[in-house]
Design a protein around this ligand. Structure first.
Ligand code: AHG
Ligand code: MN
Ligand code: MN
Length: 364
């Protein structure tokens, strides 16, 4: 299709806004600033070690430890800085929260404050950056509590603790062979490819739908001894293939960049699991609710997929902490429903059932 016939991200947002004649345009402007942050990060990722930004930016001191106890890579820090700088000035935000910031970020007094909250993982999959494998950025837009908007007071952690179902918009950028932005404003999911000549995101994947069935799963099997019985059962049944209860072979993928797995699943179906496990009792899951599970969950559900903790719909969870971790299962609807069913079946909770004893490939 010629470029002149394709919609830009700006046009898509304007056409979406027509559905709300009273809308101010603040959300659109905010999303465009988020997309600009993603374009800036995409350039830095594309230059890799050739780029100056990582060595010369004061923001990019490596080796610090974030609130999660994880060592920050220079690109984690720099990406966070880019998200903050591109969004703090625009007057649309009451505050921001990030994987890389212990506390909510206040909008400086020199700028005006707005009605939205932005939560983000500035660089997802950062362990892959050194090996030139796809990484991305994930973002979630919430409405600030009315009292925050009216008073203009500083934001607190509690202001962000809203269930995922209340998200106004969410999405991710994927820095892969091409840079893409995948977005939902609550009316389906649209995918945009960055045209590097124009520096514009161009609508290439309208109305993305996740196939409801799949024979492809993604899980880090090195954690299998820590899995709960329903997860063991599900994976065992997939691995048993044609000769097992599922009656057909399954395929497995693990990129270790959730954002890239989410994109693969949006494009061709699949199921992703980073379930609650017993590896570290202090961490009920690996991924974070507010800026990983919820935005990806919103995108999945808007594309006809499903996102769950394994026990309940992800978007219904009432968060209890800004950096809360949670078990996450998402992707093709029928498989996610099956995994939820296994969590609810009493038999599935009994690791001693014949199914596990006889077939488990992960038996202790
Ligand atoms: P982040 O780089 O933001 O810390 O997130 C990495 C996450 C996620 O993207 C990925 O699925 C998972 O960590 C990989 O975990 P393992 O190292 O256990 O495979
Ligand atoms: Mn992440
Ligand atoms: Mn990250």
């Amino acid at each position: 299709m010629p470029l002149s016939k394709r919609w830009t991200l700006t046009r898509y947002l304007i056409e979406e806004r027509r559905r709300y004649p009273q809308a101010s345009g603040d959300l659109n402007a905010l999303i465009l600033d988020v997309s600009l942050a993603c374009k800036a990060i995409a350039r830095i990722v594309a230059f890799g070690v050739l780029g100056d930004s990582l060595t010369h930016s004061p923001a990019a001191q490596a080796g610090a430890v974030n609130v999660q106890g994880e060592v920050q890579k220079p690109l984690d820090v720099l990406s966070n800085e880019i998200f903050v700088r591109m969004n703090e000035w625009n007057g649309h935000l009451a505050g921001m929260a990030s994987e890389e910031m212990d506390d909510p970020l206040q909008i400086p007094a020199s700028y005006s404050r707005g009605k939205y909250l932005l939560a983000f993982d500035p660089l997802d999959g950062s362990s892959n950056i050194d090996v030139n494998v796809s990484v991305g950025s994930i973002f979630s837009v919430l409405r600030a509590p009315q009292e925050v908007i009216d008073s203009g007071r500083d934001v607190t952690e509690a202001d962000f603790l809203q269930p995922g179902a209340t998200q106004v918009a969410a999405g991710y950028a994927l820095y892969g062979p091409t840079t893409m932005l995948v977005l939902t404003v609550g009316n389906g999911v649209a995918g945009f490819t960055l045209n590097p000549n124009l520096g514009e995101f161009v609508l290439t994947h309208p109305n993305i739908q996740v196939p409801v069935d799949t024979h492809e799963f993604a899980i880090n099997t090195s954690n299998s001894r820590f899995w709960e019985p329903p997860v063991k059962r599900y994976v065992d049944e997939c691995l048993a293939g044609k000769t097992g209860p599922r009656g057909r072979d399954f395929n497995m993928r693990w990129i270790a960049s959730m954002v890239a797995e989410a994109h693969r699943i949006l494009m061709r179906g699949g199921v992703f699991m980073y379930p609650r496990d017993t590896k570290d009792p202090a961490k009920p899951g690996r991924l974070r609710l507010l800026y990983e599970a919820n935005p990806i969950g919103f995108v999945m559900e808007q594309a006809g997929g499903r996102a769950s903790t394994g026990r309940q719909p992800m978007l219904g969870v009432k968060p209890t902490a800004l950096h809360q971790r949670i078990g996450l299962v998402f992707g093709s609807k029928h498989e996610v429903e099956r995994i939820e069913r296994y969590h609810h079946e009493p038999a599935a909770r009994d690791a001693g059932t014949p199914l596990f004893a006889a077939r488990s490939l992960f038996r202790d």
